[in-house]
Design a protein around this ligand. Structure first.
Ligand code: GLA
Length: 383
């Protein structure tokens, strides 16, 4: 589905002249489960998008929503929150509630949304939805809002519906820039754009087509584990405010006092942070071989130490390793399914992706999907 198709179907349903917004999905080159640990991430926004048409809905205080991909409608009052509601409806209610809590005027909108970001693929369709909607709302109401405030509203709405996520996804969707990845410091929120010009290589996502149900609880568990260790370290040394304030060597000194599983999780966070730094240097100096090897190392850590991979992701990465034209491959996003991100030599990319997918099908009897992604701008208004 493209922008024109969406607009021609959604336009009549919105009745009045609408404001149109697009919000992309995101990839993350490297730096996983580091954002909520005040570490580094390296995401970019991509050419898979969610579109929104938004307009006023009179004075009723009611919102009317149309979810294009599901062809479902919902109506609810601003401020209402029904925890039993369907996922997207509950999420929109949470977004509106938080918007109001922040002191913005209570909205009454007609909203249509839909797009081509695959669900459950780890490409942050939900961050696209949250940030795109709030951005559209601010445009419709003529309210100037800082993009970082949108990040925080969308993140708070995720927390409200039970996903204790960090800020990477919302940040990536809002701040993305064509042909650039962003290295974000999640401690002080400073970031740098890195050009991603790959004349001879291609970023390829392969979707396992699984999304295991334990993802959300395991995500929250991992977050709780690293926060537990941080609390302990703070007690030991008041100079430690975040996991960024301790080195790998420094951490070793506490090995005997921390439960081994928690220790291993935190060790991986520190290692992953250092991999992001190295990967940024490698990319800047066009050393794609080192960059690719860091992707493999990242996967190993996420699979063996942080334990957020799954059999299907591991199979894809193992198959990638057998291919000479693949420089690196790893699970991407929260884990337990979704996509791997692969850096592949351009002239072999199609053939290699096909071979990996065929073998994956033989082993798992699942139907994977492949996306040759390009990096595009973050959330913006479209005509
Ligand atoms: C999900 C979360 C992000 C981040 C990643 C893992 O995508 O939404 O905040 O924690 O997982 O890196």
């Amino acid at each position: 589905m493209n922008q024109n198709q969406f607009q021609s179907l959604a336009g009549p349903k919105l009745i009045h002249e609408a404001i149109w917004i697009q919000a992309p999905g995101r990839i993350n080159l490297i730096g996983e489960h580091t954002d909520y640990n005040h570490g580094f991430v390296f995401p970019a926004s991509i050419d898979k998008k969610m579109y929104f048409g938004i307009t006023h809905n009179g004075e009723s205080g009611e919102n009317w929503i149309w979810a294009y991909n599901l062809d479902k409608e919902a109506t609810f009052k601003s401020g209402d929150y029904n925890p039993e509601g369907s996922g997207w409806e509950k999420y929109l209610q949470a977004l509106i509630q938080i918007w109001i809590e922040k002191g913005y005027p209570s909205p009454s909108v007609r909203l249509a949304f839909g797009g081509d970001i695959p669900l459950g693929a780890g490409l942050s369709s939900s961050a696209a939805m949250g940030t795109g909607f709030i951005y559209g709302l601010s445009k419709l109401m003529g309210i100037e809002i800082d993009r970082w405030d949108i990040v925080k509203i969308a993140q708070a709405a995720e927390h409200k519906i039970g996903a204790n996520v960090g800020i990477m996804d919302q940040f990536a969707v809002l701040f993305g820039k064509e042909s650039h990845a962003m290295k974000l410091d999640c401690r002080d929120h400073t970031f740098d754009y890195f050009p991603v010009n790959l004349p001879n290589h291609q970023l390829v996502l392969i979707n396992t087509k699984v999304s295991h149900s334990l993802a959300e609880s395991a995500y929250n568990d991992r977050r709780a584990a690293t926060e537990r260790v941080l609390a302990f370290l703070k007690d030991q040394n008041p100079k430690i405010e975040t996991l960024r304030d301790i080195s790998l060597d420094g951490l070793q000194a506490y090995r005997d006092q921390i439960n081994p599983l928690d220790f291993m999780r935190v060790e991986n966070v520190l290692e992953e942070n250092s991999r992001v730094q190295q990967a940024a240097e490698a990319l800047a100096s066009n050393d794609l071989k080192s960059f690719g090897s860091l992707l493999y190392q990242s996967h190993e850590g996420l699979s063996k130490k942080y334990e957020v991979s799954c059999e299907e992701l591991d199979i894809l990465v193992d198959l990638a390793k057998k291919e000479e034209a693949v420089l690196g491959s790893r699970m991407m996003g929260g884990g337990f399914g979704g996509c791997t991100i692969n850096l592949i030599e351009k002239n072999a990319a199609e053939e290699v992706a096909k071979r990996i997918m065929d073998s994956y099908k033989d082993i798992t009897h699942l139907e994977p999907e492949v996306y040759f992604v390009s990096i595009e701008d973050g959330v913006k208004e479209i005509s």
